[in-house]
Design a binder for this molecule. Structure first.
Ligand SMILES: Cc1cc2nc3c(=O)[nH]c(=O)nc-3n(C[C@H](O)[C@H](O)[C@H](O)COP(=O)(O)OP(=O)(O)OC[C@H]3O[C@@H](n4cnc5c(N)ncnc54)[C@H](O)[C@@H]3O)c2cc1C
Ligand SMILES: *[C@@H]1O[C@H](CO)[C@@H](O)[C@H](O)[C@H]1NC(C)=O
Ligand SMILES: *[C@@H]1O[C@H](CO)[C@@H](O)[C@H](O)[C@H]1NC(C)=O
Ligand SMILES: *[C@@H]1O[C@H](CO)[C@@H](O)[C@H](O)[C@H]1NC(C)=O
Length: 496
């Protein structure tokens, strides 16, 4: 009788123990689910007592939490989950030498399938959960397993804060590795413009600290995602924090015309960098609703900034003076509750005119109706993200944006649905809608034909060129030198 190679290998593993054989086998024999499990066992043996490996099972709460993602369509059933408790235990050497697919999860908010989930080894950063304020250095150390809510809570009352996420639940790690559009971006730039250092586990498994002294990795880590290793700690510059003014205001569809006039005016005239808004047009059951999140980085805004928006009759208004942490947690957490599957797509524009807002509105109406024919609980939502045109002036060359010469204001399309059978149709719909918005911006004279899309919102099949533009060649070269075995290629994401 002839045994197939994987079966034989399993028997040998049983006879000789797992760790002696792993790595000695040819790559292609490693790529099957049974092999993933043996990699899990190797990791379990290798790690210190600060770390644990969990397997699927009804009683494994850690396994369930480690595999949970914001969108069901971004959740896979992994062979095991690993919770490393120290940089040395992250396990990149083992997944690398065994060529086992893996994923790294921070806050699990990636909207693209397979970007932070896997059928192989799910590495969850949850034990990197420390926030340390260093007042003397004006920096804050933040563990890569945290969500922003916890960071802001830890800093509440310290008089300082950092440039981070805008709504509840989002992870520090993925957000920061992609760029980071924040409430404080008008004042201080993207989150990547406010980094002092990264603690990084290289694809080799070696642990290093990356600062502005490291030319290439410093450039690559600021926007380049998960291509260069696993970050365990971010050191971020801190800024003074007082009480803030802000909250959410909900408008009915009837107010859409005055609302668009007020948003377009805000987008083109407000120069106070402490002020920011994040308007969303949503389909809710039975119609359209607009929600405008408003923020002023001080106890109360000067008159003239939010007056037009506040003068429009609203259905609900939670705006008040409060701590930054309480402001964040007061905002609606956009879980894809209607349909648990979700996709984002992004269109960069230079400004939000009333005519462009009307195109976006029509897209919302149109695609809500189209998806309602295909799915039981579709939801479509368009985020309009006006920023001060100088937002890119606070940092220097980084993976994203490939050029700081013109501002890129993302429009974030977000579709969610229930039936996996229509995944491809939803992909095509959100892409078509993105193209329509981009064409409308170009038609009104905005120079965005070749504008980069923001990687943290970009649809999974966006070409590297579409995010990183002229930086692609340099980023590929940096990746080749840092990761010659392409270990990070075993994890999903936009790959160099
Ligand atoms: C509701 C919602 C609101 C959002 N709001 C904003 C916003 O205001 N501004 C903005 O800029 N973006 C925003 N985003 C986008 C957000 O930045 C991305 O979804 C980001 O990927 C989330 O990070 P995460 O850690 O939660 O994601 P994860 O899914 O855990 O990870 C995302 C990516 O980062 C990689 N990664 C995670 N941890 C590590 C690590 N330690 N080392 C190396 N790679 C790692 C993963 O492998 C994956 O490729 C929002 C997203 C959602 C769903
Ligand atoms: C973990 O290991 C360290 C040193 O290897 C030891 O000092 C410590 O007691 C161990 N902790 C537990 C809970 O076993
Ligand atoms: C990893 O670190 C060891 C010990 O410091 C060193 O000898 C080795 O060259 C490093 N490997 C890489 C790929 O950097
Ligand atoms: C609304 O959008 C749809 C889909 O993009 C398009 O076919 C239609 O012409 C648009 N209608 C208006 C009035 O712009």
């Amino acid at each position: 009788m002839t045994l197939k190679l994987p079966t034989l290998r399993r028997i040998l593993l049983g006879l000789f123990g797992v760790s002696t054989l792993v790595g000695a086998l040819p790559d292609e024999t490693r790529r099957s689910p049974a092999d993933y499990l043996s990699t899990c066992q190797v990791i379990a043996t290798a790690v210190s007592n600060a770390s644990d490996v969990y397997y699927p099972g009804l009683l494994s709460l850690n396994y369930a939490a480690d595999n949970a993602h914001w969108a069901a369509s971004s959740s896979d059933v992994s062979a095991c989950s690993v919770e490393p408790g120290s940089p040395a235990d992250v396990g990149l050497q083992i997944v690398g030498s065994t060529k086992t697919p893996f994923a790294v999860k921070g806050g699990g908010h990636a909207s693209n399938p397979g970007f932070s989930s896997t059928k192989g080894v799910q590495i969850s950063m949850t034990r990197f959960n420390q926030v340390t304020n260093n007042p003397a250095a004006s920096t804050v150390d933040v563990g890569a397993g945290l969500i922003w809510d916890d960071v802001y809570k830890a800093l509440d009352g310290t008089g300082v804060n950092i440039v981070g996420g805008r709504v509840p639940g989002v992870g520090v790690a993925g957000f920061t590795l992609g760029g980071g559009y924040s409430w404080k971006t008008n004042q201080y730039g993207l989150t990547i413009d406010n980094i002092a250092a990264y603690e990084l586990v290289l694809p080799s498994g070696n642990v290093t600290t990356v600062t502005s002294a490291d030319n290439d990795l410093w450039f690559a880590l600021r926007g380049g995602g998960n291509n260069f290793g696993i970050v365990t700690k971010f050191t971020l510059k801190s800024h003074p924090q007082t009480a803030v003014w802000g909250g959410s205001v909900v408008y009915s569809d009837l107010e859409i015309n005055p609302l668009f006039a007020a948003i377009a005016k805000f987008s083109s005239t407000v120069t106070d960098k402490k002020a920011a808004i994040l308007p969303t047009i949503d389909t809710e059951a039975g119609g359209l609703v607009s929600i405008v999140l408003m923020f002023y980085d001080g106890p109360s805004p000067p008159s003239g900034i939010f007056d037009d928006l506040l003068a429009i009759p609203s259905e609900a208004n939670s705006v008040k003076t409060q701590s930054f942490s309480s402001f964040l947690t007061s905002l609606p957490s956009t879980n894809p509750a209607a349909g648990p599957r979700a996709l984002f797509s992004s269109v960069s524009v230079l400004q939000y005119t009333e005519s462009l807002l009307k195109v976006i509105y029509n897209e919302t109406v149109y695609w809500a109706a189209r998806l309602a024919l295909l799915d039981t609980s579709p939801f479509v939502s368009y985020d309009i993200e006006p920023f001060n045109p100088a937002l890119f002036s606070y940092g220097s060359g980084s993976a994203y944006p490939p050029s700081r010469a013109q501002p890129l204001l993302p429009t974030n399309l977000y579709f969610s649905w229930t039936l996996s059978a229509i995944d491809v149709q939803v992909h095509d719909a959100i892409l078509q809608s993105s193209n329509t918005i981009k064409a409308a911006a170009v038609a009104e004279g905005q120079n965005v034909d070749d504008a980069s899309e923001y990687g943290n919102y970009a649809l999974y099949d966006t070409p590297l060129q579409g995010i990183y533009g002229g930086n692609v060649a340099r980023l590929k070269a940096i990746h080749a030198s840092v990761d010659p075995q392409n270990v990070m290629g075993l994890a999903g994401g936009f790959k160099f």
